[in-house]
Ligand binder design. Structure first.
Ligand code: FES
Length: 163
C-alpha cells in the first residue's frame, strides 16, 4: 500500500519519466541520480530503491555510486551550501577556526543542515582561491580573508535576509 502512495506521488512520476528517457544511454546511472537529486533535493534510500526497481539494478550498486561521489547526498540539504575550504593554504590560515565559528553561528556540525533548511555546512578541497585564504564558497560567491567572527556572522546574515 505504501508503494501505491509512492507511485502516485508527482516527484516519483517525474523521476520515472527521467528513467524512461535516459535508461537507454550507455552509462545512464549518474545522470539519472543527478536528476533525481534535483527533483528530491537529496537521495534517500526510498529514492534509491525506486531507481533500483525501475532500472532492474541491485540497490547496492546504486548505493555504491551515491556514496562514491561527494556531489550526491543522502541527507536533505539546505537552500545554501556553505562550502568551507579545508585545502592546505586555507587550513594553514585558520580554516579550522572558521569551521568552529560557523558551527557556533549555525548551531550545527560539519555535514549537517540547519533546522530551518536554510544552510548546509560542508567541507571542500582547494577551490583555487588560495591567495584569499581562508575561503568559503556559497553558490557562485567566494568569501576570502576570513578572520573574525563578525565577518562570518555578516555573511550568514546577508543570506538570511534574502529569505
Ligand atoms: S586551499 Fe583553499 S582555496 Fe586553495
Amino acid at each position: 500500500m505504501a508503494q501505491d502512495t509512492v507511485m502516485s506521488n508527482a516527484p516519483y512520476e517525474r523521476l520515472r519519466a527521467v528513467i524512461q528517457e535516459k535508461k537507454t544511454l550507455q552509462n545512464p546511472l549518474i545522470e539519472i541520480l543527478r536528476q533525481a537529486q534535483e527533483i528530491f533535493g537529496y537521495l534517500p534510500m526510498e529514492v534509491q530503491e525506486f531507481i533500483s526497481k525501475e532500472m532492474d539494478l541491485p540497490v547496492s550498486k546504486i548505493y555504491g555510486v551515491v556514496t562514491f561521489y561527494n556531489f550526491f547526498s543522502m541527507k536533505p540539504r539546505g537552500k545554501y551550501n556553505i562550502n568551507v575550504c579545508l585545502g592546505t593554504a586555507c587550513y594553514v590560515k585558520g580554516a579550522a577556526r572558521i569551521v568552529t565559528i560557523l558551527e557556533e553561528e549555525l548551531g550545527v556540525k560539519m555535514g549537517e543542515t540547519t533546522p530551518d533548511k536554510l544552510f548546509t555546512l560542508s567541507a571542500v578541497r582547494c577551490v583555487g582561491a588560495c591567495s584569499l585564504a581562508p575561503v568559503l564558497v556559497i553558490g557562485e560567491d567566494t568569501f576570502g580573508r576570513l578572520e573574525s567572527k563578525n565577518q562570518v556572522a555578516d555573511i550568514i546574515k546577508k543570506y538570511k535576509q534574502l529569505n
